[in-house]
Design a protein around this ligand. Structure first.
Ligand code: CP
Ligand code: NVA
Length: 305
């Protein structure tokens, strides 16, 4: 194992990530074989933002592996206010075997990982969402039989989900075309790193401003909310800026005839995606959501097993 933590996809090699996806497939195929893998191990889950999929999949996931979880909200632990981040880390490492954190600032997860001697898993920060990307590439591989050379069009905000998809494209060899409105592009440092390392797996990263161009001949069309958790005060301004970036029938008509539609969820029909697309037969959003469970089991087994 090259890393005690799962904080960004970038920290992990292609080989290690492919091994994790293979494990996720194996766990999905035969869950009972893994029923005792994390017997009596405890995962502390710190949530400073709401969640459906991440909470349920980690909670059910660790129980199905023989362990259990503790759900800790900001209301209970008040990270950094009631108690310093390092003290929280040093307490938890004495009582549990892993920590999952969903928070705002990415540096909080890095700090917990620095202070705690036990594995730390990023359950979403403002910067990235690596567990989501693992489930996403697992799903792409299931449907398209490979991640290599698959053309993914990500249309929308250059946010946490976009950043993890970019890192994943480099590690899994996909071609990722991102179309965002001006001012909402992905972090230039993430893009710079991705372009520099794209050759490693034959991946390709392109940043565009035209959703139609991004969608051209795409195998996968992906979008996410226009306003992420924590940015609610910008919602009106963002609705305006993203108006011509909705994934709708006109946009997907540019994709391959067997394209699939993906969304990390939660989705807002009529904003980033039309109902006609997300509820169409091309949509695999619930298969993608289910794969959070299997992918996260693989992450937990790799780190905590
Ligand atoms: N996709 C995702 O992380 O969903 P939740 O915010 O509901 O956990
Ligand atoms: N970009 C979204 C993802 C939610 C899973 C957010 O951060 O709110």
């Amino acid at each position: 194992m090259e890393n005690k933590n799962f904080i960004t996809i970038r920290d992990w090699s292609s080989d290690a990530l492919n091994e994790m996806l293979a494990l996720a497939d194996a766990v999905k195929d035969n869950p009972s074989k893994y029923a005792d893998t994390l017997q009596r191990k405890a995962l502390a889950m710190i949530f400073e933002k709401p969640s459906l999929r991440t909470r349920v999949s980690f909670d059910v996931g660790i129980q199905q592996l023989g362990g259990f979880s503790l759900y800790l909200t900001q209301h209970e632990i008040n990270l950094g206010q009631r108690e310093s981040v390092s003290d929280v880390a040093h307490n938890l490492e004495r009582m549990v075997q892993g920590i999952m954190v969903r928070t705002f600032s990415h540096s909080v997860v890095e700090d917990i990982a620095k202070y705690a001697s036990i594995p730390v898993i990023n359950g979403l920060t403002d910067f990235c969402h690596p567990c989501q990307a693992m489930a996403d590439y697992m799903t792409i591989r299931e449907v398209k039989k490979t991640t290599r050379g698959v053309k993914i069009a990500y249309i929308g905000d250059g946010n946490n989900v976009a950043h993890s998809l970019i890192y994943g494209a480099v590690r899994f060899g996909s071609a990722l075309y991102i179309a965002s409105p001006s001012g909402y592009e992905p972090d230039p440092e993430v893009v710079r790193w991705a372009k520099e390392n794209a050759g490693e797996t034959g991946s390709r990263i392109e940043i565009l401003q035209d959703p139609f161009l991004a969608a051209d001949e795409a195998d996968v069309i992906y979008t996410d909310v226009w306003t992420s958790m924590g940015a609610e005060s910008e919602a009106a301004r963002r609705r305006e800026a993203f108006r011509s970036f909705q994934v709708n029938d006109a946009v997907v008509s540019r994709a391959k005839s067997d394209y699939v539609f993906m969304h990390c969820l939660p989705a807002h029909r009529g904003e980033e995606v039309s109902g006609s697309v997300i509820d169409s037969e091309h949509s695999i959003v619930f298969q993608q959501a289910e794969n959070r469970l299997h992918a996260q089991k693989a992450v937990m087994i790799t780190l905590m097993g």
